[in-house]
Design a protein around this ligand. Structure first.
Ligand SMILES: NC(=O)c1ccc[n+]([C@@H]2O[C@H](COP(=O)([O-])OP(=O)(O)OC[C@H]3O[C@@H](n4cnc5c(N)ncnc54)[C@H](OP(=O)(O)O)[C@@H]3O)[C@@H](O)[C@H]2O)c1
Length: 287
């Protein structure tokens, strides 16, 4: 019997949905398991799920992504993002499956002034960042040739709860907008990320860490202005604020621009610019 190509965890999340679509578009077999079907902190359930499907690759997107929620309950963050990932890596090892674990720019402290390369030292500022780093270590410790840690940043995609959607909702409800200027990164569009993930898995590139993000960097204020401009709301005034004034429970890195050159070299291409991604997102969502 032909082996299943991909199994995706967290399949109802914004990246999970794009992966289901991207795999179907290129004629690959893929099964998605949402949080209801598989809670990754349940080790027996993880083992059963991988045994049942035996995919060529597990695309591990399931995570507790509520950064401030993680700060309030770090043990639960570790259970899901750390231990859950370790269980998946062990189950993949036992069934000869590759693994692509999606990680985050929040493993960095943001003190850098130039883009973070894959081997830059990590120093997460938040419980979420620490739990995702725990997941990375659980994958990397196996030194498996087909185990990938794919770090990404500022993710937005169709059907998701994300920054561009939040800005547009707020703007259209007539509320004042105020956005931070002192955090800088690279927005990432899930259809572009999903295509790159599949390409990485199919590339036979060496296992290890890769960084993935759309081209171009900005701060959140610039990102908001670009979204509004493209949505025909460029006349709206967007106030400027700082992370210190807009205090939240979990600290975010001030600078988390990822250097994607290792992945670009494997794929033989750059990601499209984030402005192009915003245009496609607005079209896709009819926003
Ligand atoms: N969003 C970003 O800006 C960003 C940036 C860098 C990296 N990432 C990483 O990228 C990946 C995908 O993120 P996303 O933006 O697609 O997030 P998302 O939309 O929040 O999707 C995450 C999915 O994981 C599910 N989930 C939550 N707890 C789970 C558990 N215990 N077991 C299994 N699944 C669980 C969620 O289901 P419920 O909603 O039903 O709980 C949700 O469908 C994550 O690994 C995230 O850490 C995201």
């Amino acid at each position: 019997m032909k082996r299943l190509d991909y199994l995706v965890t967290g399949a109802n999340g914004q990246l999970g949905r794009s992966l289901l679509q991207a795999a179907a578009d290129r004629g690959r077999s893929i099964v998605g398991v949402g949080h209801q079907q598989l809670a990754v902190e349940d080790q027996d359930a993880v083992r059963r799920c991988i045994d049942e499907h035996r995919p060529r690759f597990v695309l591990h997107c399931g995570a507790w992504t509520n950064v401030d929620g993680c700060e309030a309950d770090p043990q639960q963050a570790d259970r899901i993002n750390g231990h859950g990932t370790a269980y998946l890596a062990e189950a993949c090892l036992g069934t000869d499956c590759g693994l692509c674990y999606v990680s985050t720019d929040f493993v960095f402290d943001g003190a850098a002034k130039t883009p973070y390369t894959v081997d830059a030292p990590v120093a997460p500022l938040s419980a979420y960042g620490r739990s995702k780093r725990q997941g990375e270590v659980a994958v990397l410790r196996h030194e498996h040739p087909a185990f990938y840690v794919l770090r990404t940043s500022w993710v937005f995609g169709p059907g998701g709860k994300n920054f561009p959607k939040a800005i547009l909702d707020r703007a259209r409800s007539g509320n004042a907008l105020s956005v931070v200027t002192d955090q800088r990164g690279r927005p990432t569009y899930t259809p572009d990320l999903a295509a790159a993930m599949l390409d990485l898995c199919e590339s036979r590139a060496p296992g290890g860490i890769y960084h993935a993000a759309n081209e171009g960097e900005c701060n959140w204020h610039e990102f908001a202005c670009e979204v509004l401009r493209q949505a025909g709301l460029g006349h709206l005034v967007v106030g400027e604020t700082t992370a210190a004034k807009f205090a939240r429970p979990a600290a975010r890195p001030a600078y988390s621009v990822l250097d994607t050159s290792r992945l670009d070299a494997v794929l033989g291409r750059h990601f499209p610019h984030y402005r192009d991604a915003v245009a496609r997102y607005l079209r896709e969502e009819s926003l």
